[in-house]
Design a protein around this ligand. Sequence first.
Ligand code: HEC
Ligand code: HEC
Length: 219
Amino acid sequence: MLRKSLVIGLGLAVFAFGFSSVSVVADSRASVKRAMSKPQYRGSIVFKAYCALCHGERGDGVARATKLYGMVNLVIKPNTKEYYNAVVREGGASVGKSELMPPWGDELTEEQINDVIAYLYGVGDPVQRGEAVFKTNCILCHGIKGDGTGRAAKLYDPPPANLTRSNKNDDYKKMIITYGGKAMGRSEFMPVWGEQLSKQEIEDVVQYLRTILVIPPSK
Ligand code: HEC
Ligand code: HEC
């Protein structure tokens, strides 16, 4: 009993300390957490780690490992939740498909499986893939809406760009995302993403950025 209240007390103290130091970092973690509360964004991370090797980043079966599977078709076609659940949890054999599709029920958590299934519905759409890339990598600075008001924005001068009002074209965006701000004569605090994100992910996030523009894209 005593020990229990001690633990609770300690927990509260840590909690209070966390609050009193309402730092930008704690704040931004909260905003990232909120954005990540959508299953499909978390699912994009699971998909990248466990599925893209065989199915390709677009779920279209174009991937490094594809050649190893010869005749098997690795395209993920639109289907019902029940079907996805069966094939992902129990493996290909459970739905009469190749047993080279492993069962994931033991390897992934319940949450990861539900998340990755939510992501499967958007995996064929560049804008939805790009949104997941944006929401998992960029919002700390550029904000959930991309308007430059992320929780860490106040740390930077010049501030993270308002991407809803960017007057830069897709090629420029691809360059600054791939090589970072410094290489483009801009702020060094716009990070280099070329090593962390694939070409496909950068293409996708640029497609997504088009959709959040409140002014038409420039030529
Ligand atoms: C080692 C390679 C490999 C990995 C890794 C892999 N798969 Fe598969 N997947 C396959 C194969 C092979 C098939 C069966 C294709 C066939 O028989 O037509 C398949 C089939 C599927 C299907 C059914 C597609 C359809 O349209 O019928 C889904 C959905 C699927 N996989 C999802 C996933 C998910 C989600 C992951 C990651 C958690 C994953 N796969 C990881 C190889 C893989
Ligand atoms: C650590 C903070 C930070 C993160 C994270 C970040 N950016 Fe930036 N970004 C900036 C800053 C700061 C600028 C403004 C640079 C300047 O004006 O010199 C910028 C500028 C840009 C621009 C130029 C826009 C224009 O109109 O000129 C694009 C495009 C961009 N960022 C995209 C992204 C994408 C996509 C991601 C995620 C993959 C991302 N940024 C993540 C800080 C960040």
